[in-house]
Design a protein around this ligand. Structure first.
Ligand SMILES: Nc1ncnc2c1ncn2[C@@H]1O[C@H](COP(=O)(O)OP(=O)(O)OP(=O)(O)O)[C@@H](O)[C@H]1O
Ligand SMILES: [Mg+2]
Length: 218
């Protein structure tokens, strides 16, 4: 067994890294995959979520949590790769050095970006780093309003820069936050919701990238 390792990263705080990591992990787990999550953020938000999950619905075969310090994340990713289908890694707002080690051991970096100038400007450096490490990236627009001039402009700028932007966009939806309070993901809390549909679409996009990469390697 060799897992697909997904690093969720952005140097900008509050971009939605932990939110995206948790919901992705649950959606992949709901497809009966063996999933581990790695929390390498001293804030321990993903670990807090997982603790709630274990308290409310303890089950033996659940998503496994691994908490590590930032400097141990890379070796943990290598170790877990052998025992799971997917490993989803949540990271702190990044300093370059630790991001690089994580990137070397990831098959894909998912970068949540909110449609704001600051989030957009902060995206370049993490994407440059991934390019240098030869790690595929997927920028995921997060907390997107249904319409609006600013979000349209952000999308245009990303297109002009030829950034690897996911077709799937995540809306600004309360369910993304409220389900985490119960230790759940949107695909468990409300499988038919728009939020769950968005996360399912994102998983499909991610799997398509892995399949394309496998073909390129073969
Ligand atoms: N799509 C969304 N819809 C609604 N709320 C969201 C969405 N994504 C994130 N949030 C909210 O935005 C805030 C920041 O999200 P989150 O903690 O996941 O970001 P982060 O990048 O992990 O932050 P940090 O850099 O501090 O680790 C949280 O309050 C979260 O509930
Ligand atoms: Mg976080």
């Amino acid at each position: 067994m060799s897992a697909s390792v997904i690093l969720v990263a952005h140097q900008k705080g509050g971009a939605g890294k932990t939110t995206v990591a948790a919901h992705l992990a649950v959606a992949l787990f709901s497809r009966t995959a063996k999933v581990a999550v790695v929390d390498s953020d001293p804030q321990q938000s993903l670990a807090d979520w997982h603790r709630r999950r274990s308290d409310y619905r303890p089950r033996l075969d659940d998503i496994e949590l691994h908490q590590v310090s930032e400097w141990r994340a890379a070796s943990e990713m290598r170790r877990l790769r052998r025992n799971f289908d997917y490993v989803v890694v949540d990271s702190p707002p990044h300093r370059e050095l630790s991001a690089r080690a994580g990137l070397r051991n990831a098959d894909l970096m998912v970068v949540p970006v909110q449609p704001s100038p600051m989030d957009l400007w902060a995206t370049d450096s993490i994407l440059d780093l991934a390019k240098r490490e030869n790690t595929p990236c997927l920028v995921v627009l997060n907390r997107m309003p249904p319409r609006g001039r600013l979000s349209r402009r952000v999308v245009e700028i990303m297109r002009d820069k030829a950034l690897p932007v996911a077709n799937t966009r995540l809306g600004n939806r309360q369910l993304f936050a409220s389900s985490l309070m119960d230790g759940l993901g949107v695909s468990e809390a409300a499988p038919k919701s728009l939020a769950a549909q968005e996360i399912a679409a994102l998983c499909t996009e991610i799997d398509a990238i892995f399949t394309a990469n496998d073909r390129a390697v073969a």
